[in-house]
Design a protein around this ligand. Structure first.
Ligand code: ADP
Ligand code: ZN
Ligand code: ZN
Length: 840
């Protein structure tokens, strides 16, 4: 016998779990893995009494822990799936935004990479059923899933009895034999069109003629001749395929027989093919960025940004000034050097249009990544971002903030378009990070440049530019000599008195949400075959129901807010938790039947417009109307193709969408924007009004914007009318200094939650006291937020205010520690505390 005499090292790994927990956890590495274990791999570990998770290896070491640790059960990847830079980025987010690295991991990795014992799997809908390629084990999993369509990883392990089930399932997911259930629920369903083509046999010389002859001979096949004739016409004698619905279209006055068509298909003369509708998925590069001719302002901006004097620069260009063309030039230069580009947008709805513009220049080098994609699509984009083969690698990654977490190989440029947009901030759950600010840090990690672009920059970014921290270039003219829209006010006070004069007091209450002025403009636009966008920042039909006799208003059971009436479902709904009840027919307090509706949202506007303009096609774009997958794309498409005349929507319609035929934009209630209780209200109102105005009048003629307001002389409205960003900036920046707000101060909002309001009050008072002991007057509160209860939990806020010059990394660490300690107090349990750094 021969014995191995040297002693093998024992390795340990610290791993990150995709959970809301503190720190990393240590596991022991089985010696058989000694040669392969490395940082960034996924390993399967047991956490808690029974659960298995795929965790990420953060550190490999030989420091023996002082307590017994469990073994790593298996390794899922040979090649690490995240690299050191990504891990550093995760850690920065966790530190800066005061949350756990596990929180970051949970959103950073596509779910397909986050298999856990409670994940449920089922057979992939596209799986062919081919069994010959499967191993015995895989076959058993498939059989099991045929009998029980949805099972958890746990169930499968128990049924098959294989301890190390995860690596097997992970491979099966990769091979698209099975899917994680989450993916099924949100599966991307492409719209398909059936196309008809001529079977190859009939394309040969003379064959089609023979067919015609034989069909014409019999009376019973006459109808088939008609069908074939129409097909030959439309298909240019079989050269191209024809959509089936075009064949069946009767508007050309030549209806064909459906059954004759079916017969031709059955007999194999015409072939049916399903094509995925790809209006928005144009992959082919059709022009070259070199062919873009920039105007002088664009050229100056492009040259300035190319020099990259500062790592971060702000491109301030009015709406339609052609910022995208400048980006395209910069992207072109970056990828020519072999570097990748990250192009961020605040919202997915905006990606649709920009994808096409980018693909025109960069073809299939462009990858798109966002949360509305299915898990497998996301996994695919992830893999192609880091593909070793440059020919297969995406060079331009376009997406919403989650695209920050993609595994870049060589990042050279980050573009943050519409940088002012507050949707860049993730509000819930943790990590509550700001996409723009995190992007700047990511670029810094890579030594890459960042370009922030906006027509209405955030005060923070503009301030940084003015201070010389960021570079700055400005474009003040619209491209092609197009004029800025003409902005006009409709004075709603006058409107009300006019109605009162003409129709009496009673009439005022219900009808004042459209001024005659706005209606006249809409009418004119419709008469001219132009389109209209109306912006109202509230969704639903009426914002509140109120009893005329006792003023009772229905409230949510779980939240401290009134319920909003939605006509589509004839129900009252809570916009915080989704609680919903049918519309009451009488007041439960006094049994009165006089219930009236107060305030109005997008649904009401849509409804009223359809009555006022019965011939116009009106559509609505807001959270409710776009819940369904891809619905927002359809709305944008329909509007673009002019199947919609008037588009009503929330802030979704204000953002960088580019339509060709919008001549009128209406801001239905500007006062809602201006009198919002927030220190950013003025800035936001200006931004939203200016942005939505920018949708008016593209390609050729000057558009009109009508702002309905009771305060036509309000400064924010005047600034919009004059398109005067500078004056808005000056007035606001002064206020910010005086009232101690960003960018002069940094804010951190601490939100505490508990189901018992007494316990919460005690905890909040205690925490504020302890914080004051350390941070003194930097602590404000505790205060009740504007909504004091959500989903059955009472809320209280403490605001921390630090001077911009203070180093706050240490302060954050102390605050987190204090919070952990307070949460540990059994008498306050279960207390939740979360931090919102740089709240928006
Ligand atoms: P912004 O993003 O600044 O609002 P866009 O980039 O959407 O503006 O440009 C507005 C319109 O002008 C677009 O239709 C765009 O294609 C066109 N455009 C801008 N610059 C050029 C250029 N250099 N050559 C041709 N068309 C341009
Ligand atoms: Zn009542
Ligand atoms: Zn609620």
């Amino acid at each position: 016998m021969y014995f191995c005499t040297f002693k093998m090292d024992t390795f340990f790994v610290d791993v990150i779990l995709p959970l809301h927990i503190h720190d990393t956890y240590t596991y022991r590495v089985p010696q058989e893995y000694n040669d392969v274990i490395c940082v960034g791999q996924r390993v399967v570990v047991q956490f808690g009494p029974r659960r298995l998770y795929s965790a990420i290896v953060r550190r490999v070491h030989t420091e023996v822990p002082r307590y017994m640790v469990k073994y790593v059960l298996s390794i899922l990847d040979i090649q690490p799936i995240v690299d050191e830079k990504q891990l550093k980025f995760w850690e920065w987010i966790a530190d800066y935004y005061m949350c756990y690295v596990g929180d970051v991991m949970a959103i950073a990795l596509p779910s397909a990479f986050r298999l856990a014992s409670e994940s449920s799997v089922s057979i992939h809908p596209d799986y062919s059923g081919e069994l010959s390629d499967l191993t015995d084990m895989e076959m058993r999993v498939v059989q099991l899933l045929t009998e029980h369509p949805v099972m958890t990883v746990d169930d499968i392990s128990r049924a098959i009895g294989l301890q190390k089930m995860m690596p097997l399932l992970s491979t099966m997911i990769e091979r698209e034999i099975i899917v994680m259930d989450e993916e099924l629920r949100q599966r991307f369903v492409p719209r398909t069109t059936t196309y008809l083509t001529l079977a190859p046999a009939y394309k040969e010389q003379g064959k089609a003629k023979e067919l015609f002859d034989s069909l014409e001979r019999k009376k019973s096949t006459q109808k088939q001749v008609d069908v074939l004739m129409k097909f030959m016409q439309l298909s240019r004698f079989g050269e191209v395929s024809v959509p089936k619905r075009t064949m069946l279209d009767t508007t050309d006055g030549k209806p064909i027989s459906d059954s004759a068509l079916k017969t031709l298909i059955k007999n194999g003369v015409l072939l049916q093919e399903e094509h995925v509708e790809s209006r928005l998925e144009q992959y082919e590069r059709t022009t070259s960025a070199e062919d873009i001719e920039l105007n002088s302002e664009q050229q100056a901006a492009y040259e300035y940004l190319s020099r990259g004097e500062k790592p971060v620069s702000l491109l301030h260009g009015v709406t339609s000034s052609g910022k995208t063309e400048v980006y395209i030039k910069l992207i072109n230069d970056t990828i020519a050097k072999g570097d990748q580009v990250l192009f961020l947008l605040p919202e997915i709805a905006l990606t649709a249009q920009i994808i096409n513009r980018l693909r025109k220049y960069f073809g299939d080098l462009v990858g798109v990544y966002h949360s509305r994609f299915s898990a497998s699509q996301r996994a695919e984009v992830w893999n192609r971002t880091r593909d070793e083969d440059p020919a297969n690698r995406y060079q331009v990654l376009l997406g919403a903030r989650s695209a920050l977490f993609l595994p870049f190989r060589r990042l050279g440029l980050v573009i943050v378009d519409e940088e002012h947009d507050s949707s860049y901030k993730q509000y819930d759950p943790a990590p509550r990070y700001h996409g723009r600010d995190a992007a700047i840090y990511l670029a810094h990690l890579w030594g890459a440049r960042t370009v922030l672009g906006s027509a209405t920059p955030s005060l923070e970014s503009y301030y940084n530019a003015k201070q010389g921290k960021y570079g700055l270039c400005e474009m003040t003219h619209r491209y092609g000599g197009l004029l800025m829209p003409e902005v006009l006010c409709a004075d709603m006070k006058e409107e009300a008195s006019r109605i009162r004069r003409e129709r009496g007091e009673q009439a005022v209450a219900g009808t004042t949400h459209f001024s005659q002025f706005l209606l006249d403009h809409i009418k004119q636009a419709l008469a001219d075959h132009e389109q209209v966008i109306l912006f109202q920042n509230r969704r639903g039909f009426s914002l509140r129901i109120e009893c005329d006799d006792c003023h009772w208003t229905p409230q949510c059971q779980h939240c401290d807010v009134s319920l909003v009436y939605h006509k589509a479902t004839n129900s009252l709904r809570c916009h915080y938790c989704g609680y919903s009840i049918p519309l009451p027919t009488e007041c439960p307090a006094c049994h009165s039947h006089h219930l009236s509706m107060k305030g109005f949202g997008t649904e009401r506007i849509e409804d009223d417009l359809s009555i006022i303009f019965p011939d116009a096609k009106v559509a609505r774009m807001d959270l409710d109307s776009t819940l369904q997958k891809n619905r927002y794309l359809e709305i944008i498409n329909d509007f673009q193709d002019r199947r919609i005349d008037i588009l009503v929507g929330t802030q979704m319609v204000t953002k960088g969408l580019d339509f060709d035929h919008v001549s009128v934009v209406g801001i239905v209630s500007a006062d809602n924007l201006i009198y919002f209780p927030d220190f950013r209200a003025f800035e936001r109102a200006f931004q939203q009004m200016t942005q939505v105005s920018g949708r008016a009048g593209r390609h050729g003629h000057r558009g009109k914007v009508i702002i309905q307001t009771f305060n036509p002389y309000h400064q924010a409205i005047r600034n919009v009318i004059d398109n005067d960003y500078q004056s808005m900036y000056q007035s606001q920046i002064t206020d910010r200094r005086v009232f101690r707000y960003p960018p002069y101060y940094r804010l951190i909002t601490i939100t505490m939650k508990h189901r018992d309001s007494d316990v919460l009050n005690e905890a909040a008072a205690r925490f504020a006291g302890e914080l004051r002991g350390v941070f003194g007057t930097r602590v404000v509160g505790p205060e009740y937020p504007s909504v004091t209860k959500v989903r059955g939990l009472y809320l209280k806020n403490i605001m921390m205010r630090f001077e911009r010059t203070e180093a706050i990394a240490e302060a954050k660490r102390i605050m987190v520690e204090m919070a952990e300690k307070l949460k540990g107090d059994k008498s306050l349990s279960p207390l939740q505390i979360h931090f919102d750094v740089d709240p928006q």
